[in-house]
Write a protein that binds this ligand. Structure first.
Ligand code: BT5
Length: 250
């Protein structure tokens, strides 16, 4: 698939723009990439800081014709693409905290938000801090991970446009493989690729579920729907805290 990139200097949220386009019938492949977002959003109603030029803030319109139970793998696929991409293209080691926080040196360098229209389309939004300086970093959340950027982690000459093009190429190819396998995580190789970059597996974790309930236990694997398995219980959404020190988890 060829992505069609629409660059905008400023918008509220590229995910909102892509959802609107999807509902108006836009075919898959549209990418909206913004210089800055004034209402960037995270998961579970949180906000995403997107200062001008400080990162890649973009969303991709996909219409994945895979069984609904496989859709949970789509944001994980994006996470694997980012982790490998950041390593190969920027020379920065990165791992994932389930589901798809990109961690560099124990700090959060990117986040992913997948939102569905309910009519078969998904806005896959990626926020990657590329050139954010120390002064531009958002304040560390009280119980979450402190932020960082590729530049702060030592990447030199980060070119936002070149990085976007290269990441989209990789995303197109991983998405095509996954779709050709009907969304099957084994057959597409996605599951083993994900387990290879996910630092959460094997750790004792605290899982904070969307309603606020908490669960502690050992994260053992990711199931066929992309859910994290903690002491035999599958978690579809929530926030994970690595209980061994995050430094060790890196
Ligand atoms: C995410 O949410 O990590 C998903 C972020 C997705 C952002 C992209 S940008 C393009 C597209 N358009 C959108 O409107 N969104 C997507 P979550 O796991 O809920 O993390 C959000 C939390 O991360 C916030 O509550 C802050 O604590 C922290 N945070 C906010 N901005 C950050 C940044 N630039 N870098 C690191 N951490 C940040």
């Amino acid at each position: 698939m060829n992505f069609r990139v629409r660059e905008v200097q400023e918008t509220g949220s590229t995910n909102a723009d892509v959802l609107t386009a999807a509902l108006a019938g836009e075919p898959e492949g549209l990418v909206v990439s913004a210089g800055t977002q004034t209402a960037g959003r995270g998961r579970l109603g949180r906000t995403w800081q997107s200062p001008p030029g400080g990162g890649l803030w973009f969303s991709v319109l996909l219409r994945p014709d895979v069984p609904p139970a496989r859709l949970g793998w789509l944001p994980l696929l994006a996470g694997v693409t980012l982790a490998h991409g950041v390593r190969d293209l920027a020379g920065v080691d990165a791992v994932l905290k389930w589901p798809n926080d990109l961690l560099v040196q124990g700090r959060k360098c990117a986040g992913i938000l997948a939102e569905a229209t309910g009519t078969g389309a998904v806005a896959l939004g990626i926020g990657l801090n590329t050139r954010l300086t120390e002064e531009q970093l958002p304040p560390p959340p009280p119980s979450g991970l402190p932020p960082t950027s590729l530049a702060l982690a030592g990447a030199s000459d980060v070119d936002n446009n070149a990085l976007l093009t290269a990441l989209l190429d990789r995303l197109a190819s991983a998405y095509a493989d996954w779709r050709a396998a009907g969304g099957d995580p084994e057959e597409s190789g996605l599951r083993s690729a994900y387990l290879g970059v996910c630092a959460t597996i094997g750790l004792d974790v605290r899982a904070i579920l969307p309603g606020g309930a908490e669960l502690r236990g050992r994260a053992t694997t990711v199931d066929n729907e992309g859910r994290l398995v903690v002491d035999g219980r599958a978690i579809a959404a929530g926030d994970i805290v690595h209980l061994r020190t995050d430094a060790q988890a890196m």
